[in-house]
Ligand binder design. Structure first.
Ligand code: 9MR
Length: 572
């Protein structure tokens, strides 16, 4: 299998900010510097220079050169870069990310469960009836029993977002995605470069537009209400804990519209990790909704406190890694990072000594939480540190400085990684840096870089965040953007039961702004394993609906995209 990788000159297919870094990669046999030319839309050369030979890139197996044309600042569309007889896809220089903020967040509305999707807001192809409200053939989610032998109660767990290409709803992963949306909003209040009001009311395509609440808070609330419903009620065994997940009893085929899913739905056992995800995000809710809906905020905070207490009383109820029938397992046998994160969010919201005592006693507080491969749902200590460093609190100036220092030293490491990578990606070049959902981790490293810029004003970190995103928009071995409709070649066939166009002409493609999971050298689905056997890490991706381990949509990576999109748009 030989993918069509287009011209050997690789650029960010969306483009570059006028005052941002502008880097490209040339794939060539040559070991000597080559001449490059940047042309504007009318074909006139506006800059020339020499490439820098980089040798063989381990992430792609290609011999590469890099090009830095950052000095060009004139705005325009239709620029092309040529070298070695090849001409790149066209790109723009300008305010290129302006609509990405709302596109990346639109995905969440379309993933909503338990509510009809309004085609007038997002396009008629996405209009559909509410899913999983107990209307036949659906069997849930308004009165869902526990799995046999797990518990005796039934719960109304309607709402929330479908996790990814399946119809499951998972508290662990829902927690990270909710955190990132709330953090995206909170950053608009704390970061010097943020545009106030950019995520305010009537900024997104959500049905709550015009209710005087910032739309991103309306979107996050849809999931928060679901997370709150997943808490075991008082009077039941394990009261205060959160069920790990709710999903179909058996896997379904695709495509399958949510309202057509006939499978029985089941609540799975409560877990410590899920309970701490609820505690952390409900604590965030407790501070961020205070000024908009004080009743909801205090309901959140009280659920967060109850969840945290329940998790401390049940500190080692791990989700079963074998519980993967009809839905993902999302198992995690180390919840010390979730404890740290929940204590941090509860402290930031309440300022109470007991949460401070717990968080400062955590091994993560003085430990290294920012790893080369980035953070995701199993590793949440980074979320705590990012918030402790940026959210105004009663934390002593010294402790806060320590948090900021940790963020900045991680950002320094990511800058060094970017400089060492032929494609400027902020993860190492080894095969084990390319894994399931890795685009989320890559973007999360740009989130750390962006936060370091917010904390210090040092523009090297801003440049790092921008350059890291070039990989996502097509400066990579495949010459393929990973965001639907953002670039020349973009993913159209992500794995999804809702977006099934590749298999059914009556089903839509994923909406603009949908991020694909990304190159995964472990090839964990049969389609990719068969097609891509032996691939170099950056080649371990295919835009086919069957490849769930390289090409799925998911809330936890679109939330990373939403966070950085808001940052990117602020930089214009
Ligand atoms: O994102 C998850 C990834 O980290 C795991 O390696 C993978 C296998 O367990 O599962 C991924 O999550 C999937 C979940 O299990 C089910 N819904 C779709 C998720 C995205 O692919």
């Amino acid at each position: 299998y030989e993918p069509d990788t287009g011209p050997r000159v690789r650029v960010n297919q969306v483009g570059y900010l006028p005052d941002g870094p502008k880097n490209a990669t040339v794939v060539t046999e040559s070991t000597q510097p080559l001449a490059w030319t940047l042309a504007n839309a009318s074909g006139t050369a506006v800059a020339t220079g020499q490439t820098t030979p980089r040798g063989v890139d381990p992430a792609s197996g290609q011999n590469t050169h890099s090009v830095d044309f950052s000095r060009v600042t004139a705005e325009g569309t239709g620029y092309t870069l040529s070298a070695d007889g090849e001409t790149s896809y066209p790109f723009a220089i300008g305010d290129v990310y302006a609509d990405l903020r709302s596109d990346s967040l639109q995905f969440f509305y379309i993933q909503r469960s338990g509510l009809p999707i309004d085609g007038a807001l997002v396009g008629q192809e996405y209009a559909r009836p509410a899913g999983h409200l107990g209307v036949a053939p659906n069997q849930g989610d308004t009165d869902v029993p526990c799995q046999a032998g797990v518990c005796d109660h039934r719960l109304d767990v309607r709402g929330g977002w479908y996790d990814a290409g399946d119809h499951g709803k998972y508290v662990v992963n829902g927690g990270l995605a909710t955190y990132q949306l709330l953090s995206t909003f909170e950053r608009t209040r704390t970061a010097p470069s943020a545009t106030p009001g950019a995520l305010g009311d009537s900024t997104l395509r959500v049905p709550e537009r015009g209710n005087r609440v910032p739309d991103i808070l309306d979107e996050a609330r849809w999931e928060l209400e679901f997370l709150l419903r997943m808490q075991v009620p008082a009077g039941q065994p394990l009261a205060g804990m959160a069920h790990h997940k709710i999903h179909d009893a058996a896997w379904t085929g695709l495509p399958l519209a949510p309202e057509d899913d006939p499978q029985p739905r089941e609540l799975h056992a409560p877990s410590t990790a899920a309970t701490l995800n609820l505690a952390a995000t409900a604590a965030q809710c407790g501070r961020l909704y205070r000024g908009f809906d004080a009743t909801f905020a205090s309901r959140c905070l009280s659920a967060a406190r109850t969840a945290y207490t329940a998790a401390k009383a049940n500190p080692a109820r791990y989700a079963d890694p074998a519980d993967g029938i009809g839905g993902g397992a999302y198992s995690d046998n180390d919840v010390t990072d979730e404890f740290y994160w929940a204590a941090a969010e509860l402290y930031l919201t309440t300022g109470e000594q007991r949460y401070l005592a717990d968080l400062t006693a955590s091994p993560h507080h003085t430990g290294e939480v920012f790893e080369p491969n980035g953070f995701s749902w199993p590793s949440t200590a980074a979320l705590a540190k990012l918030d402790l460093a940026t959210v105004p609190s009663r934390l002593s100036w010294f402790k806060r400085l320590m948090m900021a220092r940790d963020v900045v030293s991680a950002a320094d490491e990511y800058l060094a990684t970017i400089a060492g990578q032929a494609y400027g990606v902020p993860i190492p070049g080894a095969a084990d840096s390319y894994f399931w959902g890795g685009n989320g981790n890559i973007i999360n490293n740009t989130v750390v870089l962006a936060t370091a810029f917010d904390l210090t004003g040092d523009r090297r970190y801003r440049a790092g965040a921008l350059q890291g995103m070039d990989y996502v928009f097509g400066r990579n071995a495949l010459n393929h953007s990973y965001v639907t409709d953002w670039g020349t070649k973009t993913p159209q066939n992500q794995h999804s039961r809702i977006f099934g166009r590749q298999l059914d002409p009556n089903s839509p493609n994923p909406p603009s702004g949908s991020l694909a999971g990304g190159a995964n050298s472990a090839l964990e689905d049969p389609f990719a394993a068969d097609l891509l056997d032996g691939c170099a890490p950056q080649f371990c991706y295919v835009d086919d609906i069957q490849s769930y381990s390289t090409n799925e949509v998911a809330i936890n990576w679109n939330s990373a995209l939403a966070w950085i999109s808001s940052f990117l748009d602020d930089q214009a």
